[in-house]
Design a protein around this ligand. Structure first.
Ligand code: DC
Length: 234
């Protein structure tokens, strides 16, 4: 792994529903590090396009929106993810919807969009350090990350988790449809020409199937501790 004098990065990659959002938020709090939810930037790009009436197939126009994205994250309540703001407006609910996730997966396949968002993602790397959550944090955005973790779980398990999250929000999701959507999105994310979803060669792969969030978090904390980023007594 390349050594870097820049603030340390913990890269947490994996498919949707693998638990990386919750784990990354908890880890950032424990380390006192900044947090980058890179998926939210792709979701915001897709939302900005929808709001502006831009066709998602219009690559140049979507990339322009990505380049000029006015994105902000506002700390949420204790144990809640940060809320997402677009041009100062709280769009968190719209951005977290399944349809916005699917739109995000479409625009994320465009190299022009990925290029437009890379500087914005790297700007989150500030002292004392960063926990970066995404698909290509360890492979492309922060190849010199101190720790690289790739979380996985079966599509069925990930669909069950999404289903639970939707129900908690009062949204009634169909489990079988969620499994299909997750498989379609995985397929697109894994097979795209640029930044396909895959673990970095030096990532630790953690299968979260059958494990609750506390046990996954404990495993992640052990990995981060053995990297020297966390005092074992904390
Ligand atoms: O993690 P998420 O569900 O919020 O991500 C939404 C979509 O954005 C996902 O289908 C793939 C894309 N994405 C990406 O291509 N690269 C990232 N670093 C993060 C997300």
């Amino acid at each position: 792994m390349i050594e870097s004098s820049d603030p340390p990065v913990v890269a947490i990659d994996g498919p949707g529903g693998s638990g990386k959002g919750s784990v990354s938020g908890r880890l950032a709090r424990k380390l006192g590090f900044h947090l980058l939810d890179s998926g939210a930037l792709y979701r915001l790009t897709a939302l900005a396009a929808r709001q502006a009436g831009v066709d998602l197939g219009n690559v140049a126009a979507v990339a322009d929106l990505a380049a000029g994205l006015d994105a902000r994250f506002e700390a949420g309540a204790e144990n809640e993810p940060a809320r997402v703001l677009l041009a100062g407006r709280d769009v968190d609910d719209a951005v977290r919807s399944e349809s916005c996730g699917n739109d995000a997966s479409v625009v994320a396949a465009y190299p022009e969009v990925r290029r437009a968002l890379i500087g914005c993602q790297r700007a989150f790397r500030r002292p004392p350090g960063l926990v970066a959550d995404g698909r290509d944090m360890g492979t492309l955005v922060f190849p010199d990350a101190r720790v690289k973790i790739f979380l996985t779980a079966t599509p069925e398990e990930r669909a069950r988790r999404r289903h639970k999250q939707l129900i908690a929000k009062g949204i009634n999701g169909n489990l079988a449809a969620l499994v299909r959507e997750i498989e379609t999105r995985d397929e697109r994310d894994r097979n795209r020409a640029v930044a396909p979803l895959k673990p970095a060669d030096d990532a630790v792969v953690v299968d979260t199937s059958g494990h609750d969030i506390d046990s996954v978090f404990k495993r992640v904390v052990d990995i981060v501790t053995s990297s020297g980023l966390l005092d074992p007594r904390r």
